[in-house]
Ligand binder design. Structure first.
Ligand code: SF4
Length: 343
């Protein structure tokens, strides 16, 4: 197996040299830039990350700035990327780097992996790309590409499979470790794609790839079925005054989207009639109620089935924060789940 995999190094590096995309975080080998981009790229597409990345770097260009920025502002800059704990962990890690590493990013995989929010993949990516340490960085792209090359039908969602593939890669890591890892990821993004047919005819590894040679491309990689998501119903109330003020509140410190802002909401989906009864019970004087639509938002393990109403009230009498649209846009981090209602 080692011999087979070693054959991919040269053609892969040559292909990468000629075909790699110019991405803002690839311009330098600055470990801070690599770190931020890798965390943003978890769960988000490259194209979508680009604008978030430039905005973030403009306002938080150093580890020191990240350690010291107000959490509220940090979450605002992260708004739309989701999985807000990633942003919080970035700041926690930046504070540790300030205190224990004189503000400089640790240079080894061993030290990087001890920081909050930095797992096996991210530690491997930073250590290899910024410091050229010979460690692999195994993400979904790499698992798919390597499984196809070696013709493995093992479930790529199992930790054992990831361990096995990491081990195989450690044994063949070349001198240009960072380029090699980036090349594998780039091949997985551009040619050996996850959805749809891979472009094997243009792949520099097609003579070595077992899946291609044995016509197994559609069978590999193997993924076991995902866990079913829990459905949670919710009624969202966009309370608005005639002057255009909107009611928001801060979510609790527990559960999903903790500490973010939201529109007031109720458990279960209410019909308009049920909502009128609810408002009467609470002695809320609504001048107008308008159905805004059905929405959904998907988290890893939960799906929110939302029904939303615009409720125009006379004055800012309810116990919420009343903000203008402009303030809501600029100052408060409103998760995508609620932001979609604004459209
Ligand atoms: S030949 Fe096809 S399946 Fe094999 S690595 Fe290349 S793109 Fe992927």
């Amino acid at each position: 197996m080692k011999q087979k995999l070693e054959q991919i190094i040269e053609p892969l590096l040559d292909w990468y040299q000629e075909n790699k995309r110019i991405l803002p975080w690839r311009i330098s080998k600055n470990p801070y830039c690599i770190w931020i981009s890798e965390i943003m790229l978890q769960q988000t597409r490259i194209e979508a990350v680009k604008s978030y990345y430039s905005r973030f770097m403009q306002e938080i260009p150093t580890i020191h700035d990240l350690a010291n920025i107000q959490e509220e502002r940090l979450l605002k800059l992260w708004e739309g990327l989701g999985y807000y704990n990633r942003a919080r962990n970035l700041q926690k890690a930046a504070k540790i780097i300030e205190q224990s590493y004189q503000g400089k990013m640790p240079t080894t995989y061993e030290k990087l992996i001890t920081l909050p929010g930095i797992g096996d993949y991210t530690a491997g990516a930073i250590a290899s790309i910024a410091f050229n340490e010979k460690v692999p960085a195994v993400d979904g792209n790499v698992l798919r590409v390597i499984s196809r090359i070696i013709g493995s039908k093992k479930d790529i969602l199992l930790p054992e499979t990831k361990k096995e593939i990491s081990k195989l890669l450690i044994n063949i890591m070349p001198q240009q470790a960072g380029n090699f890892n980036e090349a594998l990821m780039e091949l997985g993004e551009l040619l050996c794609v996850p959805n749809g047919e891979p472009t094997c005819s243009k792949c520099p590894l097609n003579k070595i790839c077992k899946a291609y040679q044995e016509n197994l491309v559609n069978e590999i990689p193997v993924r076991c079925k995902k866990v079913k998501r829990k459905i949670e119903e919710m009624t969202v109330l966009v309370f608005t005054t005639k002057e255009g003020k909107i009611a928001i509140r801060k979510r609790t410190k527990q559960g999903v989207l903790k500490d973010m802002y939201e529109f007031p909401n109720l458990d279960k989906n209410y019909t308009e009639e049920q909502l009128i009864n609810y408002l009467q019970e609470k002695k809320i004087l609504a001048e107008k109620i308008e159905f805004l639509g059905n929405f959904k938002h998907i988290f890893t393990h939960i799906e929110w089935k939302m029904i939303a109403y615009l409720v125009i009230v006379k004055k800012e009498e309810l116990d919420y924060m009343w903000v203008t649209q402009e303030e809501l846009k600029k100052k408060y981090a409103l998760p995508t789940a609620f932001k979609q209602l604004m459209r």
